[in-house]
Write a protein that binds this ligand. Structure first.
Ligand code: PSV
Ligand code: MN
Length: 386
């Protein structure tokens, strides 16, 4: 038997970080479709993120991407966010959109380019000091396209050296979260292609370096929940970039393509003691053809639903069935939780939190979409890469 009151209490503590770039225009390399009313400034992105938190109650922070969210005064941006009821979250670095980075950034063969990349990462830590952010999220587009193009092992040495310099700069309450991705934009080798490589670097760096699992960054069929279980067991799971993929790094709404996978991941999180402040639950998505704010609300709700189901797993019945070697019985315990309709429970949780039980309908009624459509006229709309 699961304790429903405990499940509800846990759900009320949930925190899903939304990404600033998800509020701006995005697309593919073929076309970016502009949407009316999208933010033009980091402040407007924060305002949209505040709407998501106000309606869901579980999206209290918004991640920044530098330089996409460059401002003169980061402390002022943090104050602006707090006035609207949210905080600034992870600072995401960007060493992939400058011409100098054609052959890589922190792993580049030229020391001058490596210096530039590391300086950018150090600047991101300065920004964290100003915003009060705890996490520096690192993703490197570094790699090679052709066998022999560069010395793959030397690139690992350069990576280790650059990361070590940034690690030394971190404050006591700051972490570095290293994200892996198995391909793209490099096609032959990627310098941080998998959790093992990220883990090896983080282990050498020390306790403030942890691995981040972007759910879209795996080959089809990869057992992501096993990776999650392993990283948690080793104390090295720093967080998630949640999204869904059908083919590659599609960045669709989390829980849309494979809600069962999301449940399995969240079960391992709960099972491994990772449901809490030590693991950052972030979205990393782009909404290319759908309305952005409702899509982000839906994504947050999808994470909530998977979490509720994971919390509902009857752990003692499961342990009993597992110990007895009852294969089908154990599987049934897990499937019972997955097949539970948790929407009524989540409606209750929201009502108890003083929220509208239906955040999507509440958003439609709020008038926010009409307001920004009328107000956000002119200027340069924010977009992926701008
Ligand atoms: C790379 O594909 C990535 O997942 C990294 O997290 C980047 O910072 C982000 O996407 C940009 O959307
Ligand atoms: Mn990511």
């Amino acid at each position: 038997m699961t304790d429903l009151a405990a499940v509800k209490a846990a759900l009320k503590t949930q925190a899903v970080e939304t990404p600033s770039w998800a509020y701006g225009n995005s697309g593919t390399r073929f076309k970016v479709f502009a949407q009316a009313g999208v933010p033009r400034t980091p402040q407007e992105k924060v305002e949209d993120a505040a709407q998501v938190h106000a309606l869901t109650g579980v999206a209290p922070t918004v991640a920044l991407h530098i330089p996409w969210d460059r401002v003169e005064d980061y402390a002022a941006l943090a104050g602006f966010a707090e006035e609207r009821g949210v905080k600034l979250g992870a600072v995401n670095s960007n060493t992939f959109q400058d011409d100098d980075y054609k052959l890589g950034s922190i792993c580049h063969p030229d020391a001058a380019v490596r210096r530039k990349a590391v300086d950018h990462l150090l600047e991101c830590v300065d920004i964290m000091d100003a915003t009060g952010s705890a996490d520096l999220k690192l993703w490197f587009a570094d790699g090679t396209n052709y066998p022999g193009q560069d010395d793959v092992r030397a690139r690992q040495d350069r990576l280790a050296e650059g990361l070590a310099e940034v690690y030394e700069r971190l404050g006591d309450r700051q972490r570095m979260l290293l994200e892996y991705k198995f391909f793209e934009p490099a096609f032959y080798t990627t310098d941080v292609p998998d959790w093992g490589t990220a883990y090896a670097h983080c282990l050498k760096l020390g306790p403030k370096a942890q691995v981040v699992v972007d759910t879209g960054h795996h080959a089809p069929g990869t057992n992501i929940e096993f990776i999650v279980a392993t990283l948690l067991r080793e104390g090295k799971l720093g967080g998630f970039d949640f999204n869904s993929r059908f083919y590659a790094d599609d960045d669709l709404m989390v829980g849309a393509a494979d809600p069962f996978q999301l449940f399995r991941i969240m079960y391992e999180v709960v099972r491994g003691g990772g449901f809490g402040p030590d693991v950052a639950f972030m979205l990393d998505q782009c909404h290319n053809i759908e309305a952005k704010i409702p899509a982000i609300i839906r994504s947050v709700m999808n994470v909530q639903e998977a979490t509720a189901k994971a919390l509902l797993v009857d752990r003692s019945a499961l342990a009993e069935a597992q110990a007895a070697g009852d294969v089908l019985g154990a599987n049934a315990v897990l499937m019972d939780a997955y097949n539970t309709d948790v929407r009524p429970l989540l409606r209750e949780v929201r009502e108890e939190m003083g929220l509208d039980p239906d955040p999507i309908a509440a958003y439609a009624r709020s008038g926010w979409a009409e307001k920004v459509l009328a107000e956000r006229v002119g200027g340069q709309q924010a977009g992926w890469g701008a």
